[in-house]
Design a protein. Sequence first.
Length: 404
Amino acid sequence: MSPVATLDAAAHPIWLWTRPEEVESAALDQLRNVASLPYIHHHVAVMPDVHLGYGATVGSVIALRDAVSPAAVGVDIGCGMAAARTNLTAADLPDDLGPLRAALEAAVPVGMTGHREPTARARRQDDLWSTYDALHPRVAGRLAKAMNQLGTLGSGNHFLEVCLDTDDAVWIMLHSGSRNVGKELAEGHIRVAKQLEHNAGLADRDLAVFLAGTPEMSAYRHDLYWAQTYARRNRDLMLAAAVEALRGPLPGLRVPTAAADGPHAGDRDFALVNCHHNYVAEEHHFGADVLVTRKGAISAREGEYGIIPGSMGTRSYLVRGRGNPDSFHSASHGAGRTMSRNRARRTFTVDDLAAQTRGVECRKDAGVLDEIPAAYKDIDTVLAHQSDLVEIVAQLHAVLCVKG
């Protein structure tokens, strides 16, 4: 097994699961900057959905020795996917999906909003709230907002979908992260890191790192793991809320109650999956214990289930990891953008959006034009580039999509 291509870099190799000519030049520059970090272990792994990000590209997997770069994690700490296969089939769905979308939108706040007050499930997350005061001072006084936003979707590329697989089974799938509290924590720690003297000579100061054994590293890792937990719970609570909302019009709806988060879960267990794709994990690769940052990438250990979504109106995939060591046991997190949000708004019209999302019950207005499928890479091409990283378990296509 080997990457599609390699990229010359001054310090450490860059292994790509895509062709370099398919990567924007600014993203290639970012990858070279990452590879110049002295803390890099072995190589930088680049997923086929790679595109320009803040400091580090989205779609990169970076193993660091005794260091971590907050920008290599991203500002939406713990962002990821959840999907559940229900007991229903396409025949159980009504012809008009509009009322189902309305029910979901009423149950799960979208955009920058939150619940008016914490839900009963949010209040029960005592381990989050009892440790809130120990987080970075940047989020002091915002506990109520964090509680109100637990169980909410957000905006941009975050979504909540009802999908069908090739056997016509109904799935609920969603994409979200740690909301405003995660963003504020990430930005606060990035600012701290950029001011540290040992980062002065970096090719890009946005890649500033914390070093092991320092108070700054300890503080960041504390807040990072808190935000990763918040993000996973956020998806859990939204999934529960979505199921409750859909049981009104679909009273027979049932879903599994335990996630398949083990590396060797049986085939029946993949019916419920919850996975990060912006996070840090302590792992062992190429003979060393390292901190692996996946920014726009999922863990794909042998037998481990993950979700690789396409764009609005296209296909998504449930996958099983092959445990490829060259990718640090990783795979892509989605299709990846081919153009910026501003360029998408300039290039396409709402008529284009309606045409490209035909057959999907969703918003088709200017407010989500930047999420048009043509602004993303072709998901099947992305999957083809990483056939040595994952195998496809199920193919899903959306029939209903909620976006902020």
